[in-house]
Design a protein around this ligand. Structure first.
Ligand code: SF4
Length: 374
């Protein structure tokens, strides 16, 4: 019997959601919107039970490195503090040597995303994958958001299938989930009118899944979007996963206001935890909801482990994008820091690669025995 079936909750909104999920039904958009007004601790209990029914007490992380090869971008999304125009102060384009210096011996995954460079051809983006794979053939390469894939289609005048197949032949293992922002035309028109909208993002990921390229999905929240738009975004992803399964994780990304002037401050920790928990319950068919500590901050990410998050992303190395928007988290975290954070939440750390193959488990009993003999 599932933990969700056994739970009894006092908050009527959460209890009603629990009953639907226990019966195998999906939550609707009004259900999701109402849950934002529910008791946060009750919401956490239900999301935690839902995550435990999928993964027991295991929480996944990866020893990875983020590579942002260039911040030069032909677009100018209003919420982006990272991109620079060609030749502007602070604009950079890495050399092959700089790119390869990110391929540390201990990492098992590299996450590659960056700007839409005005001078680069598709081959330049392919070469980055080829170089890192040549240096470390067993490395899992998660690279290029749907925004970049669409850009490559326009550069080459080829369809998505062709572009993705070329990337796969060069060594691509999975797509990251960035660039989704919020699947709302209203928000797109206001904040990133030149960039692809929800339909195109969903189309690209659907084709990737059909070609056997798994991917992640994201939501950028805490700016001008409404809760209804946030919840609808989760439903759109849930429906794609039903049509063309292939998502590993859903990553709610807390907007970093930086110098954008869009909002005065980042969403509160309570709003973060509610969003994580509601994501877990709404997007019920995605294997993992990720607590992305770079944007949540370490304390909120640690709490998210008991609010439905079953993945913490990774050690990251030198993150540039969120830190360009003044994220307060450290730029990287050591492997044992990640293990400790998960253990302190009472769960079992599991190191994985980009394809969620288990590399190492860190059983709780071993930690307890070590502490007792110290
Ligand atoms: S969000 Fe992406 S596409 Fe938009 S300006 Fe920033 S780097 Fe360019």
């Amino acid at each position: 019997m599932s933990l969700v079936s056994q739970l009894r909750l006092r908050d009527p909104l959460v209890e009603s959601a629990r009953q639907k999920l226990a019966a195998g039904d999906h939550l609707t958009q009004p259900d999701g919107i109402r849950l934002f007004d529910a008791d946060v601790m009750e919401l956490g209990r239900l999301a935690d039970a839902f995550a435990r029914d999928k993964h027991g007490d295991r929480v996944f992380f990866t020893v990875n490195r983020q590579l942002n090869p260039t911040n030069v971008c032909v677009l100018a999304c209003k919420f982006c503090d990272y991109a620079k125009k060609p030749g502007a102060e602070g604009a950079y384009t890495m050399t092959k040597e700089q790119i390869l210096s990110h391929v540390d011996p201990e990492i098992t995954e590299i996450h590659i995303v960056g700007g839409l460079h005005n001078k680069w051809r598709f081959d330049d983006y392919l070469n980055i994958i080829r170089w890192v794979k040549e240096k470390k053939p067993d490395l899992s390469v998660k690279a290029y958001t749907a925004v970049e894939i669409d850009f490559f289609c326009r550069l080459t005048k080829k369809p998505v299938e062709w572009v993705l197949t070329e990337l796969k032949n060069a060594g691509l293992d999975a797509l990251p989930g960035g660039g989704a922002e919020v699947f709302s035309e209203r928000v797109r028109r206001e904040l990133f009118g030149q960039k692809i909208g929800g339909q195109r993002w969903l189309e690209i990921h659907e084709i990737a899944h059909q070609l056997g390229i798994p991917s992640n999905s994201t939501l950028l929240y805490g700016h001008i979007e409404t809760r209804a738009e946030r919840v609808q975004h989760m439903i759109d992803l849930r429906e794609l996963e039903m049509r063309a399964p292939g998502f590993f994780a859903f990553i709610p990304l807390a907007f970093q206001p930086g110098t954008t002037g869009l909002v005065r401050r980042q969403a509160s920790a309570i709003e973060d935890l509610k969003t994580i928990a509601i994501s877990r319950l709404m997007f019920d068919n995605v294997p993992h909801v990720k607590g992305y500590w770079i944007m949540l901050g370490q304390d909120t990410a640690a709490a998210a482990i008991n609010f439905g998050a079953s993945d913490l992303d990774g050690t990251i190395g030198q993150e540039k994008i969120a830190h360009a928007a003044l994220a307060k988290s450290p730029v990287g975290m050591a492997e044992m820091g990640m293990v400790q954070m998960i253990r302190e939440a009472g769960k079992t750390p599991v190191q994985r690669d980009a394809l969620y193959r288990v590399i190492r488990e860190y059983p709780l009993e071993a930690a307890t025995a070590a502490a007792a003999s110290a």
